[in-house]
Design a protein around this ligand. Structure first.
Ligand SMILES: N[C@@H](CCC(=O)N[C@@H](CS)C(=O)NCC(=O)O)C(=O)O
Length: 314
């Protein structure tokens, strides 16, 4: 890890000596002590796919009145995520940088300051900074405050959903990062191969069923895949060199992506301008000029015929 900053294409502390990208393990993995409306704040960046999952869960579960949310600026420098004013302000703690949350929780914290962060305003600490946990916390622990019947982890599907999530994390959600931040041809190929193998597998699976774990029900696994797919053609294809296919070239995945995008409450959680500004503007090791490309034009509102698959057998 220590050598990464001296590498000519420095990736910061996540770049490894071996040319491979290693995502740091999240440091704070607790559950909330008590479930109370108005007590917790979710710190997010709209550009970030991991934070995006949490934004979607909060919306779908109807927790927006119970859990406050604040956004960091999608453009990040070496000081980490910042509150730069306007929509990117922190009315809850008045912080200028998200690092202040990490320092308040653990003065000796030495890792990267990542989003999402679930912050407890009473204990003044980060409860959890791992998006997979945050989804379960919102779905399970905050259930008494949820205002919709949405269940992202129904008991009868949980095992299947978790197995899907694991495969998708390794090869797709984190797979695009491993491809994009690889600093050797070998490391790139090690990531991009399994990425497209999984996309091929998904393309086939989604030809027979509407959603990943169940013909009718959208689960956490679908939303976790969604936040990567919705960024794919605009960012990962070009910026992370994941260019064997675009999602729009894979008819089942493309229909599935539109289906999810068109679900009530989802489209306005997707901010492609912020997404593009973040990725193209924040990774000088792979895109030193920071120029944000013009396209692509993607019509996420184009009709799809996925509903017909809903009743089909798994
Ligand atoms: N395992 C974490 C990963 C979160 C993560 O890596 N977020 C990125 C943004 S997309 C981040 O905040 N990075 C900060 C940095 O690298 O300085 C999770 O799923 O919550």
């Amino acid at each position: 890890m220590a050598d990464a900053s001296t590498h000519p294409f420095s990736l910061g502390r996540e770049g490894g000596r071996d040319g491979r990208f290693h995502r740091q393990v999240s440091a704070f993995r607790d559950r909330p002590r008590a479930i109370e409306a108005g007590r917790y704040v979710l710190y997010v960046c709209r550009a970030c796919p991991w934070a995006h999952r949490a934004i979607i869960a909060r919306r779908l579960l109807g927790l927006e009145d119970a859990i406050a949310m604040a956004e960091v600026d999608p453009i990040r420098d070496e000081r980490g995520w910042a509150f730069t004013g306007g929509p990117y302000s922190d009315p809850f703690n008045g912080w200028s940088f998200l690092s202040e949350a990490y320092e308040a929780t653990d003065r000796r914290f030495e890792g990267r300051f990542s989003v999402p962060v679930l912050w407890d305003t009473q204990e003044r600490r980060i409860v959890n900074n791992e998006s997979g946990d945050v989804l379960r916390i919102l779905n399970d622990d905050f259930r008494p405050l949820a205002t919709t019947p949405v269940d992202l982890y129904p008991a009868d599907l949980r095992e299947e959903v978790e197995a899907l999530e694991e495969r998708l994390y390794e090869t797709v959600n984190n797979g695009v990062y491993k491809a994009g931040f690889a600093t050797t041809q070998e490391a790139y190929e090690e990531a991009v191969g399994p990425l497209f193998e999984t996309l091929d597998w998904l393309e086939d699976r989604l030809s027979r069923q509407r959603y990943l774990a169940d013909p009718e029900r959208i689960t956490g696994a679908d939303w976790r895949l969604f936040t990567t797919l919705v960024r794919f053609d605009a960012v990962y294809y070009l910026h992370f060199k994941c260019n064997r296919d675009r999602i729009v070239d894979l008819p089942n995945l493309w229909g599935y992506l539109r289906d999810l995008y068109q679900q009530p409450g989802i489209a306005d959680t997707v901010d492609l301008d912020a997404i593009k500004a973040h990725y193209y503007g924040t990774h000088p090791s792979i895109d030193p000029l920071g120029i944000v490309p013009i396209g692509p034009r993607i019509d996420f509102w184009a009709p799809h015929s996925r509903a017909a698959l809903g009743a089909a057998a798994v």
